[in-house]
Design a protein around this ligand. Structure first.
Ligand SMILES: *[C@@H]1O[C@H](CO)[C@@H](O)[C@H](O)[C@H]1NC(C)=O
Ligand SMILES: *[C@@H]1O[C@H](CO)[C@@H](O)[C@H](O)[C@H]1NC(C)=O
Ligand SMILES: *[C@@H]1O[C@H](CO)[C@@H](O)[C@H](O)[C@H]1NC(C)=O
Ligand SMILES: *[C@@H]1O[C@H](CO)[C@@H](O)[C@H](O)[C@H]1NC(C)=O
Ligand SMILES: *[C@@H]1O[C@H](CO)[C@@H](O)[C@H](O)[C@H]1NC(C)=O
Length: 481
């Protein structure tokens, strides 16, 4: 039964024999619960379990494989972060760099696709009919446009994604699918078919106060949807099969990390503020406990693989490193016309004229101290990791990795995500089932490996995922290097 551990002792050569699904032996897994506690660091899990050894997460870890050296997508924005988990792909393949990004072939929403192509592609609350309403939907008039067979058409979030998702593949194999997330724009995870998720529940986070305790009220909507799915009830209260893949995201940790009254009291993330502690309790004790209890009540525990991870971390943990720089300073330093600029604790820069790239890079270099620049990605290195910006219409011309703690903002927030630093990207991956023996695996893995793992566990060939095939992404395994 405890194949995984035994196998590790034997050898590390035959990876397929050591894969997580095999460690489950002949046990048939019929359901996957996937949660993203946005903002959660691996260090948060470690600290929480140490301080709360009888919490629900500590109990869950007794039957979990814990990958404690996992990295999320770069950029570590919510969009590419989730897309990695549900497609296996990185932005160069998926086309998804950020929720608000740019495409050199697109046109503005209000346009008739006339003039020079190149437009900001916003897939967040700004495409809603009413972004301050808790329940809303996408207004087609707000979608960025493209020319398709000579027609100027709006591009929905799911059409913007270039590869298929685990939901589409699972559905093709007869599974029911369900997901809950923070904006109607999460239609993106339906995949290009637009039909991957049978029950997509997306109450608009901007429709409620994003502060404690209201944000817990918001997350409770997501939790209740998940508990109902496990009981065979849809978000609309209808009877459904218990989904093969279900899950969603939770915001309270992220919100409490960013709030000026929240964050951490120490430099290494072992002492959360009271506000953040409440968020951690809500997610790691209450939410995990409620889901584990409901699985048990429904007799689903043995048939379910329960996966906990995060779309992204949050940076900096150490408040002393915080260095806020107005993005206007970046714009003026770049010194050439910009088509699109996405600036959080990373900067993605799309130039109006790509032939200006060397000038722009030199200007950023000259001001690198004032702009908090750790590294500038451009040219061959950028093309290799993110796609060639002269061929891939989504790839930025320049990406700035900031020094840890730098955020391009004039706001009051004390942390942000999207960047490439440790606090942005080092998230947990916890994979739980009663047939798994507690195990910590510290080799480097990525959250993109969650996608092929889910399919393999459900008995589906992971290479049915286009991004998994293109980027050769392996399922998570118990192989220790
Ligand atoms: C787009 O075309 C329509 C119909 O021809 C016209 O009424 C509208 O003014 C045009 N809008 C823009 C922004 O050019
Ligand atoms: C948008 O939603 C808010 C909250 O429900 C409501 O107060 C407001 O009137 C709505 N705006 C429009 C234009 O419907
Ligand atoms: C965790 O939840 C249980 C009940 O569900 C509660 O008794 C306990 O106090 C909670 N622990 C923390 C640290 O919140
Ligand atoms: C779970 O199993 C127990 C014992 O076999 C049974 O009494 C109960 O009705 C089952 N619950 C559900 C929701 O199937
Ligand atoms: C931003 O630029 C302004 C104008 O040059 C300057 O006064 C200010 O110090 C800069 N801010 C930061 C945080 O570097």
């Amino acid at each position: 039964m405890h194949f995984l551990q035994k196998a590790i002792v034997i050898t590390c050569l035959a990876t397929s024999v050591l894969s997580l699904p095999n460690s489950l032996g002949q046990k048939k897994i019929e359901h996957i619960v996937l949660l993203s506690f946005d903002g959660l660091h691996q260090s948060d899990v470690d600290a929480y379990v140490k301080a709360n050894p009888s919490s629900a997460i500590a109990t869950l870890l007794k039957t979990s494989v814990e990958f404690d050296n996992a990295q999320t997508s770069k950029p570590s924005d919510s969009f590419p972060g989730l897309i990695a988990q549900v497609t296996g792909g990185s932005p160069k393949t998926t086309g998804i760099f950020y929720d608000v990004s740019y495409d050199r072939t697109f046109f503005d929403p209000g346009s008739n696709c006339t003039g020079t192509p190149g437009a900001v592609t916003a897939y967040d609350e700004t495409i809603d009919f009413n972004s301050t309403a808790p329940v809303t939907s996408i207004n087609p008039a707000n979608l960025p446009k493209t020319l398709k067979n000579g027609q100027c058409v709006g591009v929905t979030p799911h059409e913007f994604l270039k590869v298929n998702t685990i939901f589409e593949v699972a559905k093709k194999h007869g599974f029911f699918t369900a997901w809950t997330d923070k904006h109607p724009a999460y239609d993106i995870i339906n995949g290009p078919s637009g039909k991957g998720v049978d029950d997509l529940y997306t109450p608009e986070i901007n429709g409620i106060n994003t502060v404690e305790p209201d944000i817990q009220v918001y997350d409770t909507l997501h939790l209740n949807a998940i508990l109902n799915w496990l009981k065979g009830v849809s978000s609309a209260g209808k009877s459904i099969p218990v989904p093969g893949i279900l899950g969603g995201n939770f915001q309270v940790i992220s919100v409490s990390q960013k709030d000026s009254a929240g964050g951490y009291l120490d430099a290494v993330g072992q002492q959360p503020s009271d506000e953040l502690k409440k968020g951690l309790d809500f997610c790691l004790n209450y939410t995990v406990g409620q889901i584990a209890d409901t699985l048990e009540q429904q007799n689903l525990t043995e048939k379910t693989l329960f996966i906990i991870s995060a779309k992204h971390g949050q940076s900096p943990i150490n408040k002393a490193l915080l260095n806020k720089i107005p993005s206007a300073n970046l714009t003026s330093a770049i010194g050439v016309p910009i088509g699109g600029l996405t600036a959080d604790d990373v900067a993605l820069i799309w130039l109006k004229d790509q032939s200006n790239v060397d000038t722009a890079v030199a200007n950023i270099q000259k001001n690198s101290d004032a702009l908090g620049v750790l590294k500038i990605f451009s040219g061959a290195e950028l093309a290799n990791e993110f796609g060639d910006p002269t061929k891939n219409s989504r790839t930025p011309d320049i990406i700035i990795q900031t020094k840890p703690g730098v955020i391009y903002t004039t706001g009051s927030k004390i942390a942000e995500h999207g960047g490439f630093n440790e606090d942005d990207v080092h998230v947990p991956i916890i994979v739980s089932n009663p047939y798994l023996k507690a195990q910590v695996i510290s080799k480097h893995v990525t959250t993109a490996q969650i996608a092929p793992t889910i399919l393999e566990v459900l008995g589906i060939n992971p290479s049915e995922l286009e991004a998994v095939k293109a980027e050769n992404v392996a399922p998570l395994d118990g192989c220790v290097p």
